[in-house]
Structure formats: structure tokens, C-alpha cells
Design a protein around this ligand. Structure first.
Ligand SMILES: [Fe+2]
Length: 306
């Protein structure tokens, strides 16, 4: 039938223990160097690597016919593949990430509680406090939403993921980025040109904007250096966001309310001009580290040693 989810990633970092602790604090459930979300199961593995990077990306497909189609398309692009009855995998040479497509069950999510809101002219919550201000529990991401990577040949990487794996393009920023999906989420992968391959950020779904704010504020208690960018709302994808920095330098994002594309015929992909407007509808100014990583020189030095 189709690709249906971004199921898990493996990231490489020089400081595995510190990074595992960070993601446990971020709200993932830790089991050694593997971390789980409440709805997506085990979705993050952290392993040792001289420079921070995305090592593997795993995508769920419905059945073996999907694997056959992925194999055919990758072969037509001249990509070497490994194949077994339940999976097909290949190395995307520009980003250095191994991509595995596996037959997996679709993700199911319990609907988040609909909390009444007081909008002008239609107050739904009369004589009571907002449930959101009474929340006490630790914020727990529901699932991994998307991954953003820098790649030295963004066009070739895009061909691999689009024409090869079967990602669809939801929107583009001219000359800068392609927002691609392998599920009904507006994007599960974004590729951006960079002098060196690196992991820009991973993004984790929470119930609503209150959870974005609560999660980020908890992470910043005693750690103001973790703050990167937020609270804001993206223009492309529409999601609320707050970005934080992990101890290896990767950004991790809490997000909610992203656009959902359930019928390809009803979505018109846009081509947006590169401008800050394309990045966000509102929020604080974009910090320079969102556009170019602070550790770019270190990443380049490590990649040249490799
Ligand atoms: Fe993001």
C-alpha cells in the first residue's frame, strides 16, 4: 500500500551518556541507549560517533510490495541496496545516513483531550479554570515527527529520498529546502544544503501549545544554555515550535498542531521564496544558530579527518 511513518532514528554523538540523560529529561522513556515515546515506541537510539550526526533513519511501510517498489526505484537510481523479507536498506551517501524501510504496523494514537476554550463570542469554558494551567505531569512526547539534516548535495539527497524511497514533497523553499513526508504529517524529513553533512534537529510531537511551553520551560530550569528558538509558530507546516540544544549540539524541538495531509489531491505544494517569513508566522527573531550551526568548523574538521 504505502509508506506510512517515520519509525525511528539512530544518532551518533561523542557524549552518549550525557545525551541519553538529556532526552530522558526531554520526556522520552529511557532503556539504556534506547529511548521511547508514548505512542511511537522505541524511536531514538544513541550511539558513539566522533562527530554528531544522523546514522540511521527507519521508515515503516505496509507490506512487502512496498519494499519491492522501493528496491526497484533505488536500483533505477543506481543505489546499492540490501534486502531481506521484511526490510530494504541503502546508504544515502551525501548525508551519510543509512535508510531502512521495514514492514511495520501503522501508529495508532489515543485522541488528546478536547479542552474547552473561551473564544470571543463563543465562550466554551464558563465558571472554571483552564485545565491546561492545572497540568502537573512531566511532558511526554507522543511520537517522533521529523528530522532535519544538512547535506552537501541537497539535490542528490532529495532524489534519493523522493524518487528512490518514495517521500512526497509538501512544500519547498527555493534553493534552500524541501519539506518531505512519508506519512500524513506535513513533513517527516527536511533536507537543507550545507558544506558538511550534519543533524540539524529532531522534532517530537506533544498534545498542544501548552505542552510545547511547559516542556521547554522545564528543560530550561537551571539550563538556560539549552534555549535555541521559541515559542513560535512555523509558517510552513503551521506547527507551534520551541527548539532546544542537546549536549552534543543537536537541536530537539517540541511541536504541536502540524498540518496533516490525508489526501494528496487536496494539498497544493508551495514554492516559497527564501525569507524569514517562510520560516515562521510569528515568534522571536531567528537565531543565527538555526541558519548555520555554531559548531560548523568543528563538524567540517571532523569530517575531513574521517
Ligand atoms: Fe522542525
Amino acid at each position: 500500500m504505502a509508506l506510512h511513518r517515520l519509525s525511528s532514528i539512530t544518532i551518533g554523538v561523542p557524549n552518549v551518556e550525557d545525551t541519553c540523560r538529556y532526552y530522558a529529561e526531554f520526556g522520552l522513556t529511557r532503556n539504556g541507549a534506547s529511548l521511547s515515546t508514548s505512542d511511537g515506541g522505541e524511536q531514538l537510539r544513541i550511539t558513539e560517533s566522533p562527530a554528531r550526526r544522523l546514522i540511521e533513519l527507519c521508515i515503516g511501510a505496509d507490506d512487502p510490495d512496498d519494499l519491492a517498489r522501493v528496491s526497484d526505484r533505488l536500483s533505477r537510481l543506481g543505489v546499492a541496496i540490501e534486502r531481506d523479507p521484511t526490510a530494504v536498506s541503502a546508504l544515502e551517501i551525501h548525508s551519510g545516513a543509512r535508510v531502512v524501510v521495514k514492514v511495520l504496523p501503522r501508529i495508532t494514537q489515543e485522541p488528546a483531550a478536547m479542552e474547552p476554550a473561551n473564544r470571543p463570542g463563543c465562550p466554551q469554558r464558563r465558571n472554571g479554570r483552564a485545565p491546561a494551567i492545572l497540568r502537573q505531569d512531566h511532558v511526554r512526547p507522543r511520537k517522533l515527527g521529523h528530522v532535519v539534516i544538512g547535506t552537501p548535495d541537497a539535490e542528490a539527497s532529495q532524489r534519493f529520498f523522493g524518487d528512490g524511497i518514495g517521500f512526497k514533497i509538501s512544500d519547498r523553499i527555493r534553493g534552500l529546502a524541501a519539506f518531505m513526508r512519508c506519512s500524513t504529517d506535513h513533513h517527516n524529513l527536511l533536507l537543507q544544503p550545507s558544506p558538511v553533512a550534519f543533524l540539524h534537529h529532531t522534532s517530537w510531537q506533544v498534545d498542544d501549545v501548552d505542552e510545547v511551553g511547559r516542556g521547554a520551560m522545564t528543560m530550561l530550569e537551571g539550563h538556560p544554555e539549552r534555549h535555541v528558538w521559541g515559542l513560535g509558530r512555523h509558517f510552513i507546516g503551521s506547527n507551534f515550535f520551541w527548539y532546544l540544544r542537546d549536549p552534543a549540539g543537536n537541536f530537539s524541538e517540541y511541536y504541536s498542531d502540524m498540518d496533516s495531509i490525508t489526501d494528496d489531491q487536496l494539498w497544493t505544494p508551495g514554492m516559497w521564496e527564501p525569507s524569514l517569513r517562510a520560516l515562521y508566522a510569528w515568534g522571536p527573531d531567528v537565531p543565527p544558530s538555526m541558519l548555520e550551526p555554531d559548531d560548523l568548523a568543528d563538524l567540517m574538521a571532523t569530517s575531513h579527518q574521517g
